[in-house]
Design a protein around this ligand. Structure first.
Ligand SMILES: Nc1ncnc2c1ncn2[C@@H]1O[C@H](COP(=O)(O)OP(=O)(O)O)[C@@H](O)[C@H]1O
Ligand SMILES: [Mg+2]
Length: 381
């Protein structure tokens, strides 16, 4: 049974086609990575399956009774709530069940014997549900995940509206993981994480029993946690079994085959065109040339593989300076006349210094001389 079935979804933004007849299936326990260059439509696809964006065409079918956990970077956090309180909301459904247990007890104060038995049975069921879902170890669970993602360094008693962007993202991610959803959807979750938290998340995802869909530009991370790849290329979705490295191998082979087939067809076309050119003028061979032309017209032309332009960067390497940044001997500052008496000066790396003096004494002139904007009146620099 698929958890999610996406059938022939196409999507346009302002006349530009982003997705073309995309088909996507998510099975129980699959760990899917969506890969593709920037701007290919990965986040758009995620928004479409979450129902936040309506596709121009196609169908999205979710299995029933599935809880979807999604890291929404834009969720609003209300003031006056601590991180711990916010995280506890992940277990709201359990607190509601606990509340119901108390209500049953209240009702038992005044009810018939048959009703009493009913209420007792209900309580028994609700309690075992709570036990099975780990209600009695919520605090430990919160500590574990909060620790793993580095929230303890922030402190769980901090107000959720007093967080930096990165801290906020960590809190939201922690909550999603605490919900332990039937399917987890993560779009670039490592953006705000440090290396040790990424490692923690990697282990977490590897042990995650349910399905997830992950978008990440962190290839090493992606490679280590997924077992299915969906590649978006020019709006077209292709499914590959295996991790990212296996996808790259398979994709390159496919591309080489496609390139080879394209080249072979081009050679064939050239030969046919030559044949036609050589034979169409003569009456004796015109028939052959015409039939070859028909064959050529009917030929299904292969596309040349799209070549993506790879960006390249060149950085100039800077050399660190020596210890002495500036030295002046018998230095006299000035323009057409001297402003100072001769003095020696040395400025060493790491020094933070103050230049003091009354207006017009030559402070800016000293700076300009240091920078080489003006020549010293006298002396060596
Ligand atoms: N709301 C929008 N309106 C118009 N164009 C959009 C919108 N959202 C995304 N796009 C465009 O759609 C393309 C796919 O974007 P996106 O899904 O964010 O790519 P990815 O997540 O793969 O980097 C990009 O060219 C982007 O500029
Ligand atoms: Mg994106």
């Amino acid at each position: 049974m698929s958890l999610l079935n996406v059938v022939n979804v196409s999507h346009n933004f302002g006349g530009r086609q982003i997705l073309k007849n995309a088909n996507f299936r998510l099975l129980k326990g699959e760990h899917v990575g969506i890969v593709g260059a920037n701007g290919e439509g990965k986040s758009t696809f995620i928004n479409i399956i979450l129902g936040k964006e309506l596709p121009s065409e196609g169908k999205i079918e979710w299995a029933k009774h599935l809880d979807i956990g999604y890291l929404d970077q834009y969720s609003t956090l209300t003031k006056g709530k601590t991180i711990r309180e916010f995280l506890k909301e992940a277990f709201n459904h359990m607190f509601e069940l606990e509340e119901q247990i108390y209500k049953n007890y209240d009702e038992m104060n005044d009810c018939s014997d048959t009703r009493m038995q009913e209420l007792m049975n209900e309580i028994g069921e609700m309690q075992s549900t709570l036990e099975q879902s780990g209600f009695y170890s919520i605090d430990a669970k919160i500590e574990e995940i909060a620790n793993g993602l580095g929230l303890n360094a922030i402190g769980l008693d901090k107000d959720v509206t007093e967080l930096s962007g990165g801290e906020r993202a960590k809190v939201l991610l922690t909550k999603v993981l605490l919900q332990n959803p039937g399917i987890l959807i993560l779009d670039e979750p490592t953006n705000y994480l440090d290396e040790n938290h990424i490692n923690w998340l990697r282990n977490y995802l590897n042990e995650f029993e349910n399905a997830f869909i992950l978008v990440s530009h962190d290839i090493a991370f992606l490679n280590s946690v997924i077992n299915v790849v969906y590649h978006i290329d020019n709006g077209v979705f292709t499914r590959y079994s295996g991790n990212y490295n296996q996808f790259v191998t398979a994709y390159e082979m496919k591309k080489r085959q496609a390139d080879a087939a394209y080249e072979a067809q081009q050679r064939e076309i050239k030969q046919m065109e030559d044949f036609i050119a050589r034979n169409k003028a003569r009456v004796a061979t015109r028939g052959m040339a015409n039939s070859r032309q028909k064959k050529l017209d009917k030929m299904e032309r292969l596309d040349k593989g799209r070549v993506l332009i790879k960006p390249s960067f060149v950085f100039k390497e800077g050399r660190p300076s020596g210890k002495v940044l500036f030295r002046g001997e018998n230095l006299v500052l000035g323009y057409d006349r001297a402003l100072t008496k001769p003095f020696d000066i040395e400025i060493v790396k790491g020094e933070h210094l103050v230049i003091k003096g009354i207006n017009g004494v030559g402070k800016s002139t000293l700076i300009k001389t240091l920078l080489g904007i003006i020549k010293p009146f006298n002396g060596i620099v």
